[in-house]
Design a protein around this ligand. Structure first.
Ligand SMILES: Nc1ncnc2c1ncn2[C@@H]1O[C@H](COP(=O)(O)OP(=O)(O)OP(=O)(O)O)[C@@H](O)[C@H]1O
Ligand code: NI
Length: 309
């Protein structure tokens, strides 16, 4: 039997209040109608180009959006819709983030204290040393301050922190850049072990090839929304198993699949097209694509395209 989602995002939209040159206020909608969930025991990878809203989704879930952001839709944890206060209360405890930027480390706190938390008992210290060992960080690392770490070390420290938090849901926002292949694979192996223990992992990555091999499901983001959510095996199988023209194009753009570039650009949030956000680049575009396009089920996956079959 399929488990219920532990985290579920429904119809999420995020806008920023911005000011034009003339100091005129306007709303910049950067995420629209985004829907996604993750179940215990599962890794869901989020793939999508730069600016497609991956980090903002992570920040919305963790209650980390800046002051000028407004948010609509629902983010639920264990079936309960979360308020901002509840997100803050769960953050770092039930839900942990591996942030995209290493600047999230506290510059004034030694690495060891930071990773273990202030009230570390013997168990936690043991677990921390074990994960440091796996990440080739020697014991001296505990005594260092963040500025004394290399980029790759800082990244491994951030992953260790999230893992040691014991959180039920981990969102890892690009956890592998700066890591050599061995360490990147170790990080992914650790995420797989966590999910096998029953935790839920959302893995945000540019490296879709990597995502295909480690994740159970893949969500493809485009211009601030989900265009396809499907089993990772469909992405391994190739274009015919996929549903959305953008997912198919991403697949064909991989080096091993011909390196075929996708013509055109992802639209900027201020100038989104009407209806299907991919339509200006889509070879199958028809008049109907200018309507609002909901996600729908096709061949066991979900797609936001009226032409998919
Ligand atoms: N504080 C902000 N104010 C205004 N716009 C913002 C703000 N933060 C992010 N954006 C915009 O929201 C969009 C999505 O940003 P986000 O950081 O989620 O992208 P991403 O998919 O994580 O990209 P990358 O792969 O480069 O990390 C971008 O167009 C970005 O410019
Ligand atoms: Ni990002």
């Amino acid at each position: 039997m399929k488990k219920e989602p532990i985290l579920s995002v429904k119809d999420l939209s995020v806008s920023f209040q911005m000011y034009d040159n003339g100091l005129e206020k306007y709303d910049l909608k950067v995420i629209s109608n985004l829907t996604l969930d993750v179940r215990p025991g599962e890794i869901v990878a989020i793939a999508g180009s730069s600016g497609s809203g991956k980090s903002l989704l992570a920040h919305a879930v963790m209650g980390l959006l800046p002051e000028n952001a407004s948010i609509s839709g629902e983010i639920s944890y264990k079936g309960k819709v979360l308020s901002q206060k509840e997100k803050e209360a769960l953050r770092g405890k039930e839900m942990a983030l591996v942030p995209q930027s290493v600047s999230y480390l506290d510059p004034l706190m030694k690495v060891g204290t930071q990773v273990r938390g202030r009230k570390a008992d013997k168990e936690i210290i043991k677990a921390q040393r074990e994960i440091f060992r796996r990440f080739h960080l020697d014991e001296k690392t505990e005594q260092l301050y963040p500025f004394q770490l290399s980029g790759g070390m800082a990244r491994r420290v951030l992953v260790s922190t999230a893992v040691l938090s014991g959180a039920e849901v981990i969102i890892a926002d690009e956890p592998t850049p700066g890591l050599d292949l061995e360490m990147a694979l170790e990080a992914l192996k650790i995420f797989r072990e966590l999910s096998d223990e029953g935790k839920a992992v959302i893995l945000i990555t540019h490296d879709i090839d990597l995502a295909f091999h480690i994740a159970d499901r893949i969500a493809v983001f485009y211009a601030g929304t989900t265009v396809e959510i499907a089993a990772a095996k469909d992405f391994l199988e190739g274009v015919d198993a996929l549903r959305h023209p953008y997912s198919k194009a991403l697949w064909k753009a991989l080096p091993q699949n011909g390196f075929e570039p996708i013509p055109g650009f992802q639209p900027y949030a201020k100038y989104l097209p009407k209806g299907c956000l991919f339509s200006p680049r889509c070879p199958h575009k028809t008049k109907e694509c200018e309507e609002n396009i909901p996600m729908r089920e096709v061949r066991g996956g979900y797609v936001r395209c009226i032409h998919a079959d």
